[in-house]
Write a protein that binds this ligand. Structure first.
Ligand code: SF4
Length: 245
């Protein structure tokens, strides 16, 4: 099984529960959604080359011809893990769950903990790789950003992760023009599955004309969420502040 991989590199996790941890990132092509604030060029088939960092943290890359087969990708990943301990290997994108057949081959060969960064809308795909994944960072996508209503998919996805006792948390980007009704719905969906689920509120990084959210509004929203959930934290994209990859 082969697939296009955009890049493999070692850096600091900039978002979510494991912010600050050293992780190895494997970025996959393609996504099933089209968010207005998306910062990843992830069109399927667009990457003829995979950028592989020459050493963990070198911030210089060599180009490997895509697609990579699972053995080849595992060899690069395990070499990085051998050179430097990483808290986890982060599967990111795009949407990594579009590549479940590839992941079924790749993940058993990886000698490290696996973290899945996902938009949380493909529960059927999650079920295919769930035993191979340790940590799930699940985005909650608002209809105002994607143009589609994903509430039932999000609920099914989170339920599956919780039922299988996965280390799962939800992450919600707060745009400047947040629709409060959608925010409350997101909180309700999480609470209806498990009110112990950590919710990370991530104020949007203002770029490409996306408006920032007011600081006072962020506090109001955290307070609102804390009325239904036990652990709600505000964490921006810290890797951008530090000029990390
Ligand atoms: S789900 Fe993530 S990768 Fe896909 S379009 Fe939205 S922000 Fe981009």
């Amino acid at each position: 099984m082969q697939t296009n991989i955009i890049e493999i590199f070692s850096s600091v996790q900039g978002e979510g529960r494991y912010v600050g941890c050293r992780q190895l990132f494997v970025r996959f092509e393609g996504c099933n959604l089209h968010c207005g604030y998306c910062d990843t060029e992830n069109e399927a088939g667009a990457h003829l080359m995979c950028n592989v960092e020459i050493a963990p943290g070198a911030r210089r890359f060599r180009e490997i011809i895509n697609p990579l087969d699972a053995n080849e990708a595992a060899a690069y990943i395990n070499q990085f893990l051998l050179e430097l301990p990483h808290q986890a290997v982060s599967l990111t994108g795009g949407e990594p769950l579009l590549q479940t057949r590839f992941l079924q081959e790749l993940l058993p060969m990886v000698q490290g903990k696996i973290m899945l960064e996902t938009n949380g809308t493909l529960p059927e795909r999650l079920a295919e790789v769930l035993p191979l994944v340790d940590i799930i960072s699940m985005d909650i996508k608002l209809p105002q950003n994607t143009g589609v209503d994903m509430w039932s998919k999000h609920k099914e996805f989170l339920q599956l992760a919780v039922d299988n006792h996965k280390d799962v948390y939800a992450k919600l980007v707060l745009p400047g023009d947040l629709v409060e009704e959608d925010f409350q719905k997101a909180v309700e969906v999480i609470a209806s599955v498990d009110d112990n689920t950590l919710l990370i509120l991530q104020p949007v990084t203002p770029m490409n004309g996306v408006p920032p959210i007011e600081p006072g509004r962020v506090l109001e929203l955290q307070q609102m969420a804390l009325e239904r959930l036990k652990d709600v934290r505000v964490i921006p994209q810290t890797h951008r502040m530090m000029d990390q990859l």
